[in-house]
Design a protein around this ligand. Structure first.
Ligand code: ATP
Length: 374
């Protein structure tokens, strides 16, 4: 397995890109550690497949270099890079047995028959397909066929990396969960360098050690579940991760402190100073971000709280989702199911230890445990 490095890499499908918007992948430098399990997460069209194809060699980047263990492979094709790739839909030979399908990549590399047999059985066992080995692949259901595709990706141990492009799309939900767990286990056992493309945050967070979040051709954060949840580097990460995502609300500063619309918001002196500095430097809008999990009901006039109009409270089993409006801005709060909430005026604490602030959508290091309100 390899350590993969992008050096000043960028890709534009159109010639002579003039602005950042012309790039499918904006300029970046990044390292994928040897043996790391990464997920590429982002909405449709954000550049995930382009990035994956640049790793595999299917797309040559228009700028910059790709290094495998320090060796420049930018000009090499997929085969020379020794990459295994698993696509959205099964790529298998219907007329062959499951055994022969799994053995194919190994026989292609002239591995001795006894070793092929051993390795195929190991992978079949991991995927719970041992019983299927003698059967023709054509007789299997779509998800079993996709398991064979996964197996063909996993069977070779000499590859630089294994790339998965939304491999569980055709798998039914119950099986998806099981396969995700299995992939994670396989990764822990074999320490493969895995890059897994998905637009499903649960899939990304279950599978990967580090999730690479992309939007508009740009990597906005690379990190573990905690960092993405608690310290999103970019407002997009706040919005995209979580269900519902982070509350994002514009705030303004004046001589007396901070406001949400016409509502005064009491913040600590250090927080106000950091917000003021960031705004001064970037001359860009400020945004408050708080996850629905950390919003709570407050007393009138409490520091960090604002007056809201509760619009609705939906009981959703182990929590209730309360939606409230503050000067035209909506806030969601996940509250304990037994907390009594009525539609109408209330106070919500939105500046809490967990609150983060963004300037021009980039996180400012303004908040800390007591920082927001004291
Ligand atoms: P999806 O989840 O829908 O597959 P994605 O995140 O994988 O999307 P890409 O397929 O990498 O995104 O596309 C990134 C951008 O590049 C999009 O604007 C897309 O239209 C454009 N693009 C992708 N492939 C080509 C191509 N061969 N020629 C021109 N533009 C392309």
């Amino acid at each position: 397995m390899a350590r993969i490095e992008f050096q000043n890499l960028a890709h534009a499908y159109r010639p002579k890109p003039a602005t950042l918007d012309d790039y499918a992948l904006q300029p970046m430098s990044m390292v994928w550690e040897d043996g790391g399990a990464y997920a590429l997460l982002g909405p449709s069209g954000c550049g995930k497949t382009t990035l994956l194809n640049i790793v595999s060699g299917l797309v040559k980047p228009s700028e910059g270099k790709v290094l495998f263990d320090g060796r420049d492979v930018t000009a090499l094709g997929a085969r020379e890079r020794n990459i295994a790739q698993v696509f959205q839909f099964p790529v298998i030979y219907d007329t062959m047995t499951v055994f022969d399908n799994l053995a194919f990549p190994l026989r292609n590399r002239r591995m001795p028959a006894a070793e092929v047999k051993k390795r195929v059985h190991e992978v079949a066992e991991i995927l719970d397909m041992t019983r299927d080995l003698p059967h023709k692949a054509s007789n299997l259901a779509a998800d079993a066929k996709q398991k064979i595709s996964l197996g063909r990706g996993l069977v070779r141990q000499d590859v630089a990396a294994i790339l998965f492009d939304e491999p569980l799309t055709v798998i039914d939900p119950a099986m998806k969960w099981m396969l995700r767990r299995q992939l994670k286990k396989i990764h822990q056992q074999l320490k493969l360098t895995l890059i897994y493309v998905t637009h499903d945050q649960v899939e990304a967070l279950t599978f990967a050690d580090e999730v690479v979040v992309m939007t508009n051709g740009r990597v906005v954060q690379k990190g573990g579940a905690d960092a993405l949840f608690l310290r999103p580097d970019h407002a997009f990460v706040g919005y995209f991760i979580g269900s519902p995502g982070m509350n994002l609300c514009p705030i303004e500063l004046d001589a007396d402190g901070a406001r949400i619309g016409s509502q005064r918001l009491t913040l600590g002196a250090a927080t106000l100073a950091a917000l003021g500095d960031a705004h001064q430097q970037a001359k860009s809008p400020l945004t408050l971000g708080i996850r629905p999990e950390f919003v709570r009901l407050a007393h009138e006039g409490e520091a960090g709280a604002v007056k809201v109009e509760v619009l609705r409270a939906q009981q959703l089993g182990n929590y209730q989702l309360v939606t409230a409006q503050c000067d035209g801005h909506l806030f969601n709060a996940k509250l304990e199911p037994h907390v009594r909430v009525v539609n109408g005026p209330a106070w919500l604490r939105v500046a809490a230890p967990e609150t983060v602030f963004f300037c021009n959508d980039e996180r400012i290091d303004a908040r800390n445990a007591e920082g927001a309100t004291q």
